[in-house]
Ligand binder design. Sequence first.
Ligand code: MRU
Length: 334
Amino acid sequence: MIVKAIERVGDKIRLLDQTRLPSEEIYRDYDDYKEVIEAIKRLEVRGAPAIGISAAYALALAVGQTGDTSRANIVKLAEEIKAARPTAVNLSWAIDRILEKVNKSFSGKPEDILQLIWSEAAAIHEEDRLMCRRIGEFGADLFKSGDSILTHCNTGALATGGIGTALGVIYTCHQQGKNIHVYADETRPLLQGARLTAWELKKAGIRVTLLTDNMAGMLMRQGKISQVIVGADRITKNGDTANKIGTYSVAVLAKVHGIPFYVAAPMSTFDRTTETGDEIEIEQRSPAEVTRLFGTPIAPEGIEVFSPAFDVTPDELITAFITDEGIKPGGRKE
Ligand code: MRU
């Protein structure tokens, strides 16, 4: 059974607290949109598509809570929610999609507008589930039994409304009976690979080997990696791709070793308004995420810290994009 990271329960939102995994599986119900914003910021819910879905539900909660369905109030709440995390475009994409729908129905009754927001949020959730399936099916054609695939961060059921993007491809290969072996980067500093990807894949009975981020080069040099597959937080018009910090290093390694590097993402992650990766706002995280491990200091007090949450992989390092509309070539030439 694939885990559900987000669920609508009546007029509440149930989130699996991903900061507690893998040791505890704790679900929390939210009826306060400000708490959903905090949950997004704390990475209780994370992964670009999952951030978009929870933000959409947060807008429904917010409009219900304030009891004000005026255009001015909805736009104000939308801006507040959009500011939760800047890099994953799925967040603003989901909120803008709802605003567009609402804009067309302002003549309606207040309860109809609230209902419309809830149903559009549910539609975004359901469509994401279906997009994950299609990404899985298109992507699985690129892999065969015996492949050993490196992935970075977490792109599975925890990060989406369905089976995942890059991990969705892996789940689909597994369902098709392909014997694949996944190598999961631990993904410093917040360990989404170790805590989440390893947990998800082990639960699904897929062979997974965990490594620290600095071990990938050696594995590639030893010929143990046949492909790399990762997700994305934002893909610009020229194909530059923001994803979890460390992705760029993996892409460079893959290029040097002649290993295909795939990015799996739904069309909601493609940002048609941004030309290149240089324009992407990269979220900066608290220095404590680098200087402490589970609350324990691992660096001298007061040290200067570099802590971006994401990096940008240029299109020329990407072999292909696996989307819900099919496979699109990246800019990488062999
Ligand atoms: O900071 P996070 O955990 O939200 O970062 C997540 C990633 O970078 C994922 O690879 C990306 O959002 C794609 S999830 C399908």
